[in-house]
Design a binder for this molecule. Structure first.
Ligand SMILES: [Zn+2]
Length: 87
Protein backbone atom coordinates (compact mmCIF):
# COMPACT_ATOMS: atom_id res chain seq x y z
CA UNK A 1 0.00 0.00 0.00
CA UNK A 2 1.42 3.36 -1.03
CA UNK A 3 2.17 5.81 1.74
CA UNK A 4 0.64 9.26 1.31
CA UNK A 5 3.26 11.85 0.51
CA UNK A 6 3.93 14.88 2.66
CA UNK A 7 2.22 15.96 5.80
CA UNK A 8 -1.46 15.51 6.43
CA UNK A 9 -3.44 18.39 5.00
CA UNK A 10 -6.01 20.20 7.10
CA UNK A 11 -9.50 21.04 5.91
CA UNK A 12 -8.65 24.65 6.68
CA UNK A 13 -6.08 24.74 3.93
CA UNK A 14 -7.19 22.10 1.46
CA UNK A 15 -10.92 22.36 1.31
CA UNK A 16 -13.64 24.82 0.48
CA UNK A 17 -16.38 22.90 2.19
CA UNK A 18 -17.42 20.17 4.53
CA UNK A 19 -16.60 16.55 3.83
CA UNK A 20 -19.70 14.52 3.11
CA UNK A 21 -20.18 10.85 3.66
CA UNK A 22 -20.52 8.88 0.45
CA UNK A 23 -20.97 5.31 -0.65
CA UNK A 24 -18.55 4.55 -3.43
CA UNK A 25 -20.40 3.92 -6.70
CA UNK A 26 -17.46 2.45 -8.56
CA UNK A 27 -13.91 1.66 -7.55
CA UNK A 28 -12.10 4.96 -7.21
CA UNK A 29 -8.60 5.65 -5.91
CA UNK A 30 -8.42 7.62 -2.69
CA UNK A 31 -7.45 11.25 -3.33
CA UNK A 32 -4.65 11.01 -0.82
CA UNK A 33 -3.22 7.50 -0.43
CA UNK A 34 -4.32 6.23 -3.86
CA UNK A 35 -5.65 3.06 -2.32
CA UNK A 36 -8.67 1.81 -4.25
CA UNK A 37 -12.00 2.39 -2.57
CA UNK A 38 -14.18 -0.42 -3.85
CA UNK A 39 -17.84 -0.26 -4.85
CA UNK A 40 -20.22 0.00 -1.91
CA UNK A 41 -17.50 1.07 0.52
CA UNK A 42 -17.90 4.02 2.83
CA UNK A 43 -15.77 7.01 1.87
CA UNK A 44 -15.88 10.79 2.01
CA UNK A 45 -16.09 13.55 -0.56
CA UNK A 46 -13.99 16.53 0.33
CA UNK A 47 -14.65 19.56 -1.90
CA UNK A 48 -11.47 21.06 -3.26
CA UNK A 49 -11.00 24.31 -5.12
CA UNK A 50 -8.66 23.80 -8.01
CA UNK A 51 -7.84 26.43 -10.63
CA UNK A 52 -11.27 27.99 -10.55
CA UNK A 53 -13.50 24.97 -10.28
CA UNK A 54 -14.48 22.71 -7.44
CA UNK A 55 -13.71 19.04 -7.64
CA UNK A 56 -14.94 16.38 -5.26
CA UNK A 57 -12.23 13.76 -4.87
CA UNK A 58 -13.05 10.74 -2.75
CA UNK A 59 -11.03 9.92 0.33
CA UNK A 60 -10.93 6.66 2.22
CA UNK A 61 -12.09 6.61 5.84
CA UNK A 62 -8.54 6.36 7.19
CA UNK A 63 -7.32 9.42 5.29
CA UNK A 64 -10.44 11.39 6.18
CA UNK A 65 -9.90 10.60 9.84
CA UNK A 66 -6.32 11.87 9.71
CA UNK A 67 -7.38 15.03 7.91
CA UNK A 68 -10.09 15.69 10.51
CA UNK A 69 -7.57 15.15 13.33
CA UNK A 70 -5.17 17.59 11.69
CA UNK A 71 -7.99 20.11 11.24
CA UNK A 72 -8.89 19.82 14.94
CA UNK A 73 -5.32 20.47 16.02
CA UNK A 74 -5.10 23.46 13.66
CA UNK A 75 -8.28 24.88 15.16
CA UNK A 76 -7.01 24.30 18.69
CA UNK A 77 -3.80 26.13 17.76
CA UNK A 78 -5.81 29.10 16.47
CA UNK A 79 -8.03 29.09 19.55
CA UNK A 80 -5.02 29.15 21.82
CA UNK A 81 -3.88 32.41 20.21
CA UNK A 82 -7.19 34.07 21.11
CA UNK A 83 -6.47 35.66 24.43
CA UNK A 84 -9.29 38.18 24.17
CA UNK A 85 -12.83 37.88 25.32
CA UNK A 86 -13.99 34.36 25.90
CA UNK A 87 -17.71 34.13 26.30
ZN1 LIG B 1 -6.80 7.13 1.62
Amino acid sequence: MAKPKGKTPSLLSMSTGTPSSHVCGKTTPCGRCNKDISTGKECFKIPKQKSGFTSNPLFCVDCTRLIIEKTKSDITAIESTMTGEIL
